[in-house]
Design a protein around this ligand. Structure first.
Ligand code: BES
Ligand code: ZN
Length: 456
């Protein structure tokens, strides 16, 4: 125990230099201009994983950005853990709002600033540190480990989801993921439920071309008005999603779980203040914690069309567009929900326009029993590393492949992540606290011992 801790402490400066190398690679999966950087990041991982003593390290081509695979089979009789993470990052815009450039990592006020520092390169790297600490101090791991680090998490994990369906090398007794958050540095957490996601994009079309609003206005449909009306129809006044069937498959919260969620430390006033809001907004009848983790939503992510330049232009645009995502909870199905939303829009559209709804990627929601021995082992590791009682939480974000892994592997999934609410993930000035980096690395190293004991 002390051996791995001493090793991690001794290696810290060297490890930070290594992490900075990784963070300097602009592996933005969404932008085709970064395709080569995706390959560079995958190759960087391959080199480092080989160097730290992993075996059978390789890039897998599943159609999109490369998947990096590595394993270390100590003894086929031992249990096997699968570590999943992602090396892709979100786009950096608006870049002007970054205090220092997103791919020039640096430390300020005890935090590492860079795109991907927290989500998820920093946390992937912590797993590598923990494995190395075991190998360097003891020459072996206490169980078998496989590692899958993909490059498409931030764009829906479609290649990996396909690959998982037929990949015997991913067989494992437990899956371990560090890509979630904790409420505070003294409140480590394991996430036992993630929301799923359904992605939609819609186009409303009116006349064949833009029209003079004086010559035609009053006699023709305006696609922007129609889009606004349709989008507004998707919620009722109580903040519920107004799409027939949307809630049909939602597993209701039990009284026990509601009581447990109500006991989580949460200060609504502080939450509002941190967001710069006077009032919160959400579905009637549910607490903020329930709304974020345990209730589904439909959100408009973008809406555009018509004239947006300087001054005014008297035009009736021919088209209007919107991007929509739904966050889903067990047992909602992404494809079914996308169908329901598309049908509701089609039915409500005025006959003078056409509404074209395109489906994007999807990810199933996921929930597990927090009583699982693999989770309980994680709670013990967190408790030791953070010297604080860990929490069990539902989280509102999505890790699309988790649903696939759950269905295909039928193994417990342990979401032990270390992002903090102050990390600015997906936003300018993304950062990762050095305390989370240090304590989290130790927790992961301790976890392998706890897990090996629990599964023995
Ligand atoms: N790491 C996040 C997901 C997350 C963060 C889950 C904190 C729970 C707590 C992940 O990288 C992410 O942002 N996922 C995307 C997936 C989407 C693009 C399909 C998300 O949730 O928006
Ligand atoms: Zn993310």
């Amino acid at each position: 125990m002390v051996d791995v801790q001493a090793y991690l402490d001794a290696q810290r400066e060297k490890d930070l230099d290594k992490l900075f190398e990784f963070l300097r690679i602009p592996s933005v999966s969404a932008l085709s201009q970064h395709k080569r950087d995706m390959l560079r990041a995958a190759e960087w991982l391959v080199r480092e994983l080989e160097e730290l003593g992993m075996q059978n390290v390789r890039k897998i081509d599943a159609g999109g950005h490369p998947i990096v695979y590595a394993e270390r089979i100590e003894d086929p009789a031992l249990p096997t853990a699968l570590i999943y993470g992602h090396y892709d990052v979100q786009p950096v815009d608006p870049e002007a709002l970054w205090t220092t450039p997103p791919f020039e990592p640096n430390i300020r006020n005890g935090r590492i600033y860079a795109r991907g520092a927290s989500d998820d390169k920093g946390q992937v790297f912590m797993h590598m540190r923990a494995l190395k600490a075991h190998l360097a101090t003891r020459g072996r791991l206490p169980l078998n480990v496989r590692l899958v680090i993909e490059g498409e998490e931030e764009v829906g994990s479609e290649s990996l989801a396909r690959y998982v369906e037929s990949a015997p090398e991913l067989k494992a007794d437990v899956v371990v993921i560090s890509d979630t958050s904790m409420p505070a540095i003294d409140a480590p957490a394991i996430c036992y439920s993630l929301r799923g996601i359904a992605v939609l994009e819609m186009t409303v079309r009116g006349a064949a071309s833009d029209l003079h609003s004086g010559l035609f206005g009053g006699a023709v449909p305006n696609p922007l008005h129609e889009l606004a009306r349709l989008v507004a129809s998707l919620h009722d006044d109580a903040g519920r999603v107004n799409v027939p069937g949307f809630y049909d498959d939602v597993l209701p919260l039990t009284a026990e779980e509601r009581a447990m969620l109500a006991r989580l430390p949460f200060d609504e006033e502080e939450y509002k203040a941190s967001l710069g809001l006077k009032e919160l907004y959400g579905e009637a009848g549910y607490t903020t914690i329930e709304r974020i983790g345990a209730r589904p939503t439909l959100e408009l992510n973008g809406m555009w069309g018509g004239f947006q330049g300087e001054g005014s232009k008297t035009v009736i645009p021919a088209e209007a567009h919107a991007k929509i995502t739904c966050r889903l909870v067990p047992d909602q199905d992404p494809e079914k929900i996308a169908d329901l939303v598309a049908s509701a829009l089609a039915e409500r559209a005025h006959p003078s326009v056409t509404v074209d709804v395109r489906r994007g990627h999807g990810g199933a929601p996921w929930i597990c029993s927090p009583d699982d021995p693999a989770i309980q082992a994680g709670m013990r590791a967190l408790e030791q590393a953070f010297a604080a009682s860990p929490l069990l939480m539902r989280m509102g974000g999505s890790i699309p492949v988790v649903g696939n892994l759950d269905r295909v592997l039928r193994a417990p999934i342990v979401l032990m992540g270390f992002a903090l609410p102050t990390d600015q993930v997906h936003a300018p000035d993304e950062n990762f606290s050095l305390q989370a980096f240090d304590k989290g690395s130790l927790a992961l190293a301790l976890y392998w011992d706890e897990l090996a004991r629990a599964l023995a």
